[in-house]
Write a protein that binds this ligand. Sequence first.
Ligand code: SAJ
Length: 431
Amino acid sequence: MKSVCVLGMGYIGLPTAITFAKYGMIVHGVDINQKIIDKLQSGEIHIEEPGLQNIFQEVLTAGNLTFGTIPVTADAYIISVPTPINSDNTANIDYVVSAANSIIPYLKPNALVVLESTVPPRTVEDHLIPILSQSHLRIGEEVFVSHSPERVIPGRLLEELINNDRVIGGINEQSVEMTKKLYSCFVKGKMHSTDATTAEMVKLMENTYRDINIAFANEMALIAEKIGFNVWEAIRLANFHPRVNIHRPGPGVGGHCIAVDPWFIYEQAPNIAKLVHTARLTNDYMPNFVAEKTKHLLEGIEKPKIAVLGLAFKGNVDDMRESPAVSIIKKITEFATVSVYDPHVKENWNSKVDSYEECLLNADLLLLLTDHNEFTTLSPKYASQLMKNKIIFDTRNLFESKAWVEQGFDVHLIGNSSLATLNLISNLSNA
Ligand code: SAJ
């Protein structure tokens, strides 16, 4: 295989296209958004990912990466388009369906089609195969199909694309072998063979496992606030056990993966997937908790100002999809003036400012919502000179509390019980 056409130039498709080109493939990247294509053609990437712009420049100069809004004929096709959820939490596979339809005129005998997008179980069998059958090429004999879900984490994409193991779920043996051959040009991790539906579930189970683990940490944090212990210390100590790995409490679960994928399982078996459902509800409740606790911490302060650090759904990325910060900011704006600073997010946003100074000036409370590395270097002394009242609510446990306390700050975490929050929790749990 020498050429590959990647459909969807988003957080996964673009780095994948760039990596294939870097390792010698002729790559054509497709996106239905002309603006994205224009930007890429002008030599600029539209997502933030460490190291990606440099490699992009290299492969563009080498001439093996082109872009357009329609596919071309290639040896392999990779579908890497979004699968959003509808407002009723059911999966929307419209982009997968239209990407599959768009390649039909270009398919030639012996082509390989790999679906990388995260999809509900049986999407390959019940949707992709019927669509590709319209090409009049025999599926499994002339056109080969597999699901190889992306499993990389934003912020470490380039390294994980190469080093992570891959699951390859083919519709038959030959589809699996061809897919392994395709990825072997850069993948150093192991490639595990299975069928397409199992591969679909593997991906969903990985993210659901993480969602449930985070929900457990969040639930323990809420219990800590109620009965009085430090959940961070408890988790740290529990994790010394060789078979325990409890995740971190936080302001909620965002991003387009972990906050979404469990619903794809729930949709298939709502009466059975009770744990999956409860975890989703627990994590979705956290932004309300953060907003309520913030309000409580500001009691007695007239016309309070809140300085928010962080809009992105997690540290060191610019992605705001499903970010808990967005709903928290909406809620706290109801009772306070809010200014928001996020050095990663480029998107325009109400009340977003461009510096610590603007953000913290005359603020009563500093609300940290995203664990960007930059925030760890914020000097408590500088912050104390700017702020009116010295209250911190660090929802990520990012700051070195001691240094802030030494500057006179009153530091609050999620799950670091203090008497002041006990009433709030009992009110919330009674609600
Ligand atoms: N979070 C916590 N506590 C934690 C860990 C994360 O509150 O202990 C929050 C984060 O702040 C964030 C959200 O969860 O808001 C999700 O972040 P994440 O870093 O866990 O995951 P994603 O969404 O960036 O990437 C996940 C990864 N899946 C797993 O780790 C199982 C990645 O490998 C997948 O490729 C990606 O989903 C995807 O595309 O499905």
